[in-house]
Design a protein. Structure first.
Length: 70
């Protein structure tokens, strides 16, 4: 499924030095997820940090709302 980034998420990718490969890996193979209403939070340990990706699954794509290192 295609993954797109919201305007907010694009800004966070640049500010927080997050690679698209890390986002895809976190969504496709998370260590764990939390569902809240229509949003999902995917968490993946990468190196010594954990990436949190908040996303919404639409009909034909996954939209990343925001992301951060935890």
């Amino acid at each position: 499924m295609k993954i797109i980034l919201s305007y907010h998420a694009k800004k966070r990718v640049n500010e927080r030095d997050i690679k698209m490969e890390e986002i895809i890996e976190t969504i496709e193979m998370p260590d764990y997820t939390i569902s809240k209403e229509n949003k999902k939070e995917a968490y993946k340990k990468i190196g010594d940090r954990t990436l949190k990706v908040v996303h919404v699954i639409e009909d034909k794509y996954i939209k990343v709302v925001t992301l951060m290192w935890k």
